[in-house]
Design a protein. Sequence first.
Length: 210
Amino acid sequence: MRIHDTYLKTMVETRDMDRLVFFSDAVFAIAMTLLIVELRIPDVPGAELGPALTALIPGYLTFVLSFVVVGIAWMSHHRKFRVIIRQDRNLPRINLLLLLFVATVPLPTGILGSYGDTVPAVCLYAATISALGFSLTLIWVHSRRRGLIDEALPEVVYRYVLVQSLPVPTVFAFSIPLALLAGATAAEIAWAASFLFAVVVRLTYGRRQV
């Protein structure tokens, strides 16, 4: 009877995890698709198409930035949930918090594409991306503390994943006061540097663990 009960419990946990992951994938996919909605096909005479397409460049670059950020977040979520093999009642709640920020990304993306040189647009975008990144980190920390991660995962791997997940949301959060003090352009430069910083941290920390 105990073996039977354990088997049923495992089946329920597996189904619940599958539902959580499938639902998350759907939200990520929809959010990434909606990012392009703000870009409209120019409705101008053929002679004016060149300048009209040029005017789309800032919005398209913002779309690419958001697509990359959300794509990286999705890959991180996917990797984490390969070793998060069970859940408690709070994990879905934290995951919903993450999905809230994922679904919100198209809004600040559209605003940044239209008002990219303004401090409010930059701060809104940075706050959203930072909250998204820290939500992912919260999922990872919570899962470890609550014993939801596969016991076979080495502690060094857990710490490595934790460390490499922090640079991007931290820099985006730091860019908010930077924008208020030094302007929108300075904050946007910091965003570009955040990805390089993330690579450096990952490589440096990875070598220390070898």
